[in-house]
Design a protein around this ligand. Sequence first.
Ligand code: NAD
Length: 478
Amino acid sequence: MIYEKLELFIDGKWTKGTSDKSQAVINPATEEVLGQLPHASTADLDAALAAADKGFKIWRATSPLARQDIMNKAADLMEERKAAISLNMSLDNGKPVLQASLEMDFVIGCLRWDAEQGKRAYGRLIPARIPGQRQMMIKEPIGPVAAFVAWNFPASNVMRKIGNALGAGCSIIMKSDEETPSAVIAIARCFQDAGLPDGVLNVVFGVPSEVSSYLLDSPIIKKLSFTGSTPVGMLLQAQAAKRMIRCTMELGGHAPVMVFDDADIATAAKLCAATKFRNAGQVCISPSRFYVQSGVYDEFAELFTKHANALVVGNGTDPATEVGPLIGERRIDVMQDLVDDAVSHGAEILTGGERLGNKGYFYKPTVLKGVPEEAKIMNDEPFGPIAPIASFTDFDDVVARANKLEYGLASYAFTTNGAAAAALGDQINAGMFAVNHFGIATPETPFGGVNHSGYGSEGGEEGIQSYQRVKFISEIGV
Ligand code: NAD
């Protein structure tokens, strides 16, 4: 298997950079070294900033139609190279290659949607108070963007930001995660080959806090977009505030699922288990707290466990694999701590609860029943393959439990009662809420959280708008 050549992409050129620092990229399924990733020096970051400044001037002056043409060409190339990109993503992230391929489909869909939507940066004419006066609101691209993203979706986390930025007419410096660099590099190669002007997209790597501090100190950067945990989001927002840089924050979550007695339990259990263990549970909108009404509690737990036991865990490059490894050894320790803590609070392990094998970072799909609210896993985002199940009897009680955390990213319910679904839609404290399914991430719909899960949407027209600024123009006598 040929792994991606690891380089920085600055001002339209591939480079090893001028620093002598680098880090090994590890395959989480085998613990083998895949390659050595160069870190950018401050001189390289200065070059990326200058390139983004230059690239912004070129790109904002490029018509939305011409931008769309280049973005669509890049999407065509991603389609052509999808198999190789997906395989590399499976190598450095560990995810099953089919899931990586579906992620690329989503990425291509986002890029095409943003390319199209970029043509609709409509303003408006506002009736004036004085005869002969013309008042207009226009939308402009905000400027060069700095973006930092987590490793769990190495292609789609990246494209959510690149697609929105380029569609709006911005340039961007992207620092994806150092553990999963192949996808962003392959994506940048597609843009280069599609004819994207030099400097519009730049890709750097390094020590995350050093790179972000350096870029956010620069007067060139006008927008920060971050996908990652809440504590890091808070830190970056404070840094951005020093220069009044506008932010989009896609942060952590701990999504409740409320399963009511009247739901189709067989379908709910199957969908819940499949979605819970997708990407080994390392998904910000993963269903991660299951509240099941008492009449169907035992049945749901039994069916859910049956589906969990049937999942094939293994190396993501094996086409039969459904659940791959966790990203690193550190996550195994976190999983074990959450399970041990739940058991110490009285939870029962229905399946799993331990590491799998001693090579690679595999953890068994785990189902816990009778998990009390005080257990850590009902309060801390697990970001892994553990499903805690608890029961409820009363509507108001489950809503209060679902809403109890500072997080507010995704929430889900399974019910056939329209009135209950409507009441939940009103009362649930989250940026996204789905009834009887989990499909809340599409290119055309707004994706984002509230409270400690962040703010600002990616996707939908709201996604592009967060990379635009508003200008009011008033004219008399012209
Ligand atoms: P993390 O915040 O520690 O790291 C996320 C990314 O930010 C990594 O690439 C890391 O290298 C980088 N980073 C860390 N410190 C940084 C700094 N000072 N400056 C710039 N970059 C920095 O989170 P993690 O535990 O690695 O990732 C999982 C978290 O990300 C979870 O909380 C998850 O919910 C969240 N997430 C959210 C979304 C969303 O869209 N809401 C999507 C994916 C992941």
